[in-house]
Design a protein around this ligand. Structure first.
Ligand code: CP
Length: 307
């Protein structure tokens, strides 16, 4: 069924250059369709997709649902809080029962790393990872790359800085693997307690100051401070975080006034990013969200063998 070299989309780490290029180029065609008065195409008519969200989401869930509708697929939504998981049914039994209703593709978000791969290994469904734990969020990485290519063209040699809580960030991981595959230079900076222990093994640079990571960057990708995952006293206070790592309007003005600003959302305004910077001319944040629909259309279309 898949028109890619891969059957599933679990992460960008193991995705080939050709598959990334195919996903981004197809997304560019779908992005044009989104600007037409009639935004719907029949490409996935007859295909059924289930959206399995075991963790909260606004952007990814709505974006996938919209992408499925734009491609004329039949869609059903699953919400763990109102499911028989609450009566003790296992995750695998739940998904196998859903699969028995003749579903073709499953979009999976889960707070535990590895759940999409587990379902790919133990069901016959085609799996699209919509974010798993601190592992990967491949469609977010792809929509970020699409937004950057729209702003800059070819990303080879472009300097992309990632700032903040890399430790808990599946968005950072997917971006690092994807951007490096496309030839971008990636630099990260954040509190040492919020950088992964194995960061020196990543194909990136680690900056030694906020000024260094901001100056010279073509784009700054600011990460959300993941308050719900700060369970090990990794951070002294949010005020101190903002003082040392916050991307403020005055710092942008002083160090790199033209730099493009990105954030996967949801934003903690005035913590990792000043509210005025979120809404500034430099911000690509809402473009990222629009591009998310096109990227998800592309992933569904290519994995679903669209016509
Ligand atoms: N960027 C992102 O994954 O946002 P949601 O958690 O709202 O889906």
């Amino acid at each position: 069924m898949s028109l890619l070299e891969t059957k599933h989309l679990i992460g960008l780490r193991d995705l080939s250059y050709n598959d990334i290029r195919h996903l981004l180029d197809t997304a560019k065609s779908f992005r044009e369709i989104l600007d037409r008065p009639i935004k719907k195409v029949p490409s996935l008519r007859g295909l059924t997709v289930v959206n399995l969200f075991f963790e909260n989401s606004t952007r990814t869930r709505i974006s996938f649902e919209l992408a499925e509708k734009r491609l004329s697929a039949d869609t059903v939504n699953f919400s763990s809080s109102s499911s028989s998981l609450k009566k003790g049914e296992s995750l695998l039994d739940t998904v196998r029962n859903i699969e028995s209703m003749k579903i073709d593709l499953a979009v999976v978000r889960h707070s535990t790393t590895g759940v999409p791969q587990f379902l790919a290994d133990n069901t016959n469904l085609t799996i699209l990872n919509a974010g798993d734990g601190a592992h990967e969020h491949p469609t977010q990485g792809l929509l970020d790359m699409l937004s950057l290519e729209t702003a800059f063209g070819d990303l080879k040699g472009r300097k992309i800085s990632i700032i903040g809580d890399v430790l808990h960030s599946r968005v950072a991981r997917s971006n690092i693997w994807g951007l490096v595959t496309l030839g971008a230079d990636v630099t990260v900076y954040g509190p040492s307690t919020l950088l992964p222990k194995d960061i020196s093994g990543f194909p990136i640079k680690i900056a030694s100051s906020l000024e260094e990571v901001v100056r010279g960057a073509d784009a700054l990708m600011c990460l959300r401070l993941q308050r719900e995952r700060q369970d090990k006293a990794l951070l002294s206070s949010e005020r101190e975080y903002r003082e040392n790592f916050g991307v403020t309007a005055s710092r942008i003005e002083k160090w790199n006034p033209e730099v493009k600003i990105m954030h996967p959302g949801p934003v903690n305004r005035n913590i990792e990013l000043d509210s005025t910077v979120v809404d500034s001319q430099n911000s690509l944040i809402l473009n990222q969200v629009t591009n998310g629909v096109a990227v998800r259309m592309s992933a569904l279309y290519l994995l679903g063998g669209g016509k």
